[in-house]
Design a protein around this ligand. Structure first.
Ligand SMILES: N[C@@H](Cc1ccccc1)C(=O)N[C@@H](Cc1ccccc1)C(=O)O
Length: 691
């Protein structure tokens, strides 16, 4: 759905680029923030199973709302193919997106934690595999949707008029979501469903608040220190709750540096795609568009996750190395930094091929002879150029002056030309040099999105109409020129028409070039005018191949597998039983914060050299990686189920309260179900050094 969202905003709702991208990013950020709500609902009230079901319904309703909002016929009363009441479509789609974000919040943290719940403590390996499979599924879905949804959107549909079918692109995922929900409900009897234990988040907040207040009240040195600041809640709250809060806080503290990973990771969708627009995407029989390069990430995930799980990790274990989850995450961060170094190196190669555009104190000029005779042109600074008929100077001349004298032919004819600073221009010489000279504004940057910028100069004495599939250059007046039109890569056939006569010529285009085509006065209209048209290359096509981005995608994805898949499993295994979904949401929060940092960094990091920006990001991540590895060094892995059992047992011994004893029996039954060793074994106890 995300794959076509921006296009829906732009072409259906008719929003401009800025509004479309802002709403898109807000929606994505909301999708990673709402898990906090979903997790609180699951852990405190509904339990994970019911939360997944209810919020999947919310999600499906949101998706249906999106599909309905994209039916143009609903408000197309005059049947001209465009909606007549745009407010209806905007409001319905915003409601739809809000419901989807809310639904995502319920599903994402709960599915991961609910999946984890299905495994006992003796099934650590299987649980790890589950998190890998979970990740594979997300990426399989992501890959399929990026391929299928644009195809669905490209279909024409409608009752009164046929338009691009956004409703199908939103409707098919809605239908699939309903099917998935039914499958999930049908399997209900097969799942283990842990019961929620009341409003745990409220208890947690109250307990933390009390500990802080109590610590402040006893700040005087006459009170003995306690091992942990949370121990100041002991007067009012049970040891178990305090121990559980300590577990969560320890993990959350460890999460502080993690958003930096996602800050780099999320830039593959923005900076790396922009980088791809300055590269050549021709892979022989297939041509890759810049934004399609992003699919390399899920493709690599689908191959790297099984390789890591079945080859790399076992191999490392065989070598006798203890590759703990936190070590994996550290290596993952480091690999992401390597990916950015690769991106920097690729950028250096690209920079070498980019044209040198004029600085703020310079202007650049190209000369184009429209006439049928060679001319000699002399420019200020003793620059002399011979221009053949219908020919242009090879490159631009750079000037620091604001105006220059241009002298042509013999007997010579001189004109003073006023140049524009920071601009590129082309000076057109007509056949009869005493006629008016035209000055055209050229591009001072590569055309956007890997497109090619094309324009025509009409050297004929009659108007010519030029068109190409998907673009029209309009009617070009004699001895005048057209505006630029953006065309995609591939072979393009142009039709030139003057009165009842026409002719065609075609040409292959790469990525990111700019051409001026001259229609000479000598051209005769026939079936083919291929030979007659002169072309002037203003900006060379991209020459650094997009395949050079593959190494950076490989490293960032390898980093993602080590960091993200491990992080999901780590968040589950280190969370107390009643806060599993909450810690999953905490993990997703690091993704959300990373997304926000990207927005801030995009504004702040205005380094003129792009390659230096990549290296800066890589260095920042290495610094964060070092901080994280130090924090990880001091982290002690725990077995929350075992700790909880010990506390319950102790509470049960000291307490005659039936409720506590019932809770203890429940925990022990749960431990037995999970196959955990419920013993007083000293060895077991010593495993949890911090508690
Ligand atoms: N490799 C990415 C591909 C992707 C991007 C956007 C949406 C779906 C997939 C990926 O797997 N991203 C995951 C990362 C993630 C984070 C937290 C919990 C589970 C997975 C994503 O869902 O964004």
């Amino acid at each position: 759905m995300r794959a076509v969202l921006v296009l829906y905003f732009k072409y259906f709702l008719k929003w401009d680029d800025d509004l479309a991208t802002s709403i898109y990013h807000t929606f994505v950020a909301l999708c990673y923030l709402t898990p906090i709500l979903g997790a609180i609902v699951a852990d405190s009230w509904l339990g994970k199973f019911k939360t997944i079901i209810y919020l999947s319904i919310v999600y499906a309703v949101g998706q249906v709302a999106m599909a309905v909002s994209a039916i143009h016929d609903i408000t197309d009363t005059n049947r001209d193919g465009t909606p007549d009441n745009m407010t209806f479509h905007v409001v319905l789609s915003m409601v739809g997106l809000f419901l989807i974000a809310l639904g995502t919040g319920g599903i994402k943290p709960c599915v991961a934690a609910f999946g984890g719940d299905q495994f006992g403590d003796h099934q650590e390996k299987q649980r790890r595999t589950f998190f890998s499979v979970f990740y594979l599924c997300i990426n399989g879905g992501s890959l399929l949707s990026t391929i299928i949804t644009p195809i669905l959107r490209a279909q024409d549909c409608g009752i009164y008029s046929q338009q691009k079918c956004y409703s199908l692109a939103f409707g098919v995922p809605a239908a699939l979501m309903v099917v998935a929900l039914i499958v999930f409900i049908v399997g209900s009897g097969m799942y283990y469903k842990a019961k929620p234990e009341g409003n745990i988040m409220l208890d947690v907040c109250k307990c933390i608040g009390f500990a802080i207040k109590n610590r402040y009240r006893h700040r005087s040195s006459k009170y003995p220190k306690r091992e942990h600041w949370m121990d100041w809640a002991e007067e009012k709250y049970g040891k178990l709750l305090i121990a559980q809060i300590k577990m969560v806080l320890k993990v959350l503290f460890l999460y502080i540096p993690l958003p930096m990973f996602w800050t780099l990771f999320d830039q593959k969708g923005s900076r790396w795609t922009l980088q791809a627009t300055t590269m050549d995407g021709n892979f022989g029989s297939i041509v890759i568009q810049p934004d399609q390069m992003q699919t390399v990430n899920p493709i690599f995930i689908l191959t790297l996750v099984p390789i890591m799980d079945s080859v790399i990790y076992p191999l490392i274990k065989k070598c006798g190395l203890n590759f703990t989850p936190l070590k994996r995450m550290t290596v993952g961060m480091f690999l992401a930094a390597v990916a950015f170094v690769c991106a920097g190196v690729v950028q250096l190669q690209i920079d070498k091929t980019l044209p040198i555009f004029p600085s703020t104190s310079q202007s650049q000029l190209k000369l184009l002879n429209m006439g049928n005779n060679s001319i000699t042109v002399q420019l200020t600074g003793n620059k002399t150029v011979n221009l053949h008929p219908h020919w242009a100077s090879d490159d631009y001349f750079t000037f620091e002056e604001e105006q220059i004298d241009v002298t042509v032919g013999s007997p010579s004819f001189t004109k003073r030309i006023v140049l524009t600073k920071n601009e590129r221009q082309t000076l057109l010489f007509p056949s009869s040099i005493s006629d008016e000279w035209q000055l055209m504004e050229d591009l001072t940057s590569k055309p956007q999105e890997g497109n090619n910028a094309i324009r025509f100069v009409n050297g004929m004495s009659r108007a010519v109409n030029v068109s190409v599939a998907g673009a029209s250059f309009g009617q070009i007046q004699p001895l005048y020129f057209s505006n630029y039109s953006q065309i995609k890569n591939g072979r393009k056939a142009f039709t030139l028409q003057s009165g009842s006569q026409s002719c065609e010529f075609s040409r292959e285009f790469g990525f990111g070039s700019s051409y001026t085509f001259l229609i000479p006065s000598t051209m005769t209209f026939g079936t083919n005018c291929q030979e007659s048209i002169s072309e002037v290359e203003d900006i060379k096509p991209n020459s650094v191949h997009m395949a050079l981005q593959v190494p950076q995608y490989f490293f960032i994805t390898a980093g993602e597998v080590m960091f993200s898949v491990t992080g999901l499993e780590f968040s589950y295994s280190q969370a107390p039983s009643n806060m599993k979904a909450v810690l999953q949401a905490g993990w997703l929060l690091t993704v959300a914060i990373g997304n926000f940092i990207v927005l801030i960094v995009a504004e702040l990091a205005k380094i003129p050299k792009k390659w230096a920006e990549y290296i800066l990001f890589a260095s920042l991540l290495v610094a964060v990686c070092i901080i994280f590895s130090i924090m990880a060094y001091f982290y002690t892995y725990i077995d929350p189920a075992e700790i909880e059992a010990q506390f319950k047992r102790k509470e049960g011994d000291n307490d005659d309260d039936e409720d506590t004893k019932a809770k203890l029996r429940k925990v022990e039954a749960e431990m037995a179900r999970r196959g955990s060793v419920s013993s007083d074994d000293e060895d077991q106890r010593s495993k949890q050094t911090s508690f």
